[in-house]
Design a protein around this ligand. Sequence first.
Ligand code: MN
Length: 168
Amino acid sequence: MKLNTKSAIYALLIGAFLPIAAFSQHKTSANMTNQNNAPLFEKGDKLTNGYFTGDAYLFPLLARDKNNDFAIGSVTFEAGARTNWHTHPQGQVLIVTEGAGYYQEKGQPAQPIKKGDVINIPENVEHWHGAAAMSKMAHIAITSYEGETNVVWLKPVSEEEYSAVNKQ
Ligand code: MN
């Protein structure tokens, strides 16, 4: 009789926990889907053109062609990495695909940017973009051409400028 009571209690407990187990299982697979927090694109090749500070990488996605007067690439910035100051003669659109960082126009406060943000950069506006000091950041860059030019590089974002932004 005692054993039977025990068995009944176990049965109840198992009955109570089964749905939780099933739910946990569901949650686990949802989390695993989120682990498709894996980068959208591979990092590509390290940028060594001298116009970036820190470790930044370019994975080209689409070259300019007869129908598309722009180039598309995925740029990955390790924490602390950023572009030089620069302009685009026909503007640029950024789509952040990973992490967090900053976009700053000259003379303006920097804007924090994160995964999912879209930044529409006007033509000939001096700016930089990059990772935050404590986070990597990746974005797709869609950059239109004027003639053969889609970017005009200027000087580096100094440590003073960059650390001021990260203290905001
Ligand atoms: Mn830009």
